[in-house]
Design a binder for this molecule. Sequence first.
Ligand code: CAA
Length: 240
Amino acid sequence: MARVALVTGGTRGIGLAISLALKEQGRTVIANYANNDEAAAAFKAEHGIDVAKFNVASFEDCEKGIAKVVEEHGKIEILVNNAGITRDGTLVKMRRDMWDAVIDTNLGSCYNTSKLTFEGMRDAKFGRIVNIGSLNGQAGQYGQVNYAAAKSGIHGFTKALALEGARFGITVNALAPGYVDTEMVRAVPAEVLKKIVAKIPVGRIGHAEDIARGVAFLTSEDAGFITGSTISINGGMFMY
Ligand code: CAA
């Protein structure tokens, strides 16, 4: 039977490409989303992938949402923690709610979803967890103390959980995308973005599919010896 894969933030941007790549691989994919019902309905209609609405920043929401996914589709054996937001601003201008929202959504979500799926993977003696980090969690970025802290936290979370999962056949890895052509990156002021893109050694911004291919590789059956690692997919912008 096809393995069940949950992709958080899986109906738009990089998450959408990941959902499609995992479906292509023969997985039963469930794409989670938090707010945008219209985009989720369009995604489901176009791609025939089921969607699950719950807020990954809330443990209670995840409990209900994941229980429903398991009831309807079976045990989750592949988890992609992709959901993420930005609330950019220099520290001086950053309000506490901007800090909390990014930490809870981008990092707290990894705790919530992993906590609620890990035992199922352990019982199955198979699991694949891929956490989407960021170039900006590795290198830092002006105006992103919240985002860089959360993404950097993801890299530590990944290594620690990889140690806990190793003897149960559960691999836990991270991917660190650079600048990818998504709504999130398009929200960066045009003149700032132009300067950033000019610094990408391969000479172009990334595509969501560049990241999705990495996730498909890390979640494949063949990737069982890769755990606790971070694959940087950033066009050579930062070599770590
Ligand atoms: N390094 C040094 N100085 C910088 C700088 C940088 N990278 N960026 C801006 N500054 C300076 C400006 O030159 C300016 O200096 P002066 O006052 O002397 O002119 C000062 O900082 C203030 O800059 P702004 O006027 O731009 O300040 P702002 O508060 O209006 O905006 C900002 C600040 C929100 C951080 C804005 O610059 C911005 O959006 N930057 C881009 C942030 C970014 O890259 N976000 C990534 C989003 S995509 C993503 O996160 C996905 C991923 O994983 C890669």
